[in-house]
Design a protein around this ligand. Structure first.
Ligand code: HEM
Length: 199
């Protein structure tokens, strides 16, 4: 599950200390990109569970939803730390400039900020404590792929193949939810009608 992250860090260390080229000619950039992509992949995995469960009855997947969601958050955090510690080397002026002048950094940062309260409230105790407010809060999860994909689109210079594929995948996953919610609502309306007409 969490294997790609440690592998990227190990590859970077090997590239710097042993002169290997696991991460190619620009290991700092490559590691950053790999961690960003895994953030998106774990988001896909987390958001795919409900449609798969409801469509195919694979209820055993349910227990993995939180794991995938938390993995997405930790990869997003590691991607950010990689950028802050290794890419710009904790240069406060550079960070301030990026957070004010580079829109894709602001959008990525916003995505991570949205994920933070979701990760913090993913414990059983928080779910029990927040009750319906937890459901409302966790609807914010739908903003994360939108922000993450926008961040990706804005950052790519040439190859837009992968952002296109992931945009399509998220559109299907979110579209399924809209369709399902509408179907549930119209189903309820039909169910209520006979009672209403008898009054
Ligand atoms: C926390 C603030 C974030 C910062 C500062 C940040 C920074 C960056 C940077 C510098 C790049 C490399 C752009 C380039 O030069 O090509 C990048 C790429 C990327 N980031 Fe982020 N990012 C952040 C959050 C996120 C989040 C939350 C996600 C996912 C939801 C994400 C997903 C990606 C993806 C998919 C790529 C492109 C990977 C590729 O081209 O293969 N980032 N990010």
């Amino acid at each position: 599950m969490l294997v790609p992250g440690p592998l990227v860090v190990a590859a970077l260390m090997s590239d710097f200390l042993q002169g290997t080229r696991w991460l190619g000619s620009n290991p700092v950039k490559e590691g950053e990109l790999i961690l960003g992509e895994w953030t998106i992949r774990y988001l896909v995995a987390a958001l795919a569970i409900t449609p798969l469960r409801r469509t195919f009855g694979w209820n055993w997947l349910q227990r993995d939803r939180r794991t995938f969601g938390l993995a997405a958050f930790f990869y997003g955090l590691t991607h950010f730390l990689w950028y802050a510690l290794i890419d710009i080397q904790l240069d406060g002026a550079e960070l301030a400039k990026d957070l004010t002048k580079r829109t894709y950094i602001v959008v990525g940062f916003t995505a991570l900020l949205v994920m933070l309260p979701l990760a913090l409230t993913s414990t059983r105790a928080a779910i029990a404590h927040l009750k319906r407010r937890w459901v409302t809060l966790h609807r914010a999860v739908y903003a994360v792929p939108a922000l993450g994909i926008a961040h990706w689109w804005m950052s790519v210079k040439a190859d837009i193949g992968e952002p296109i594929v992931y945009s399509f995948v998220f559109a299907v996953l979110l579209g399924w939810r809209v369709w399902h919610a509408r179907r549930d609502t119209s189903g309820n309306a039909t169910a209520i009608q006979p009672r209403a007409s008898t009054s």
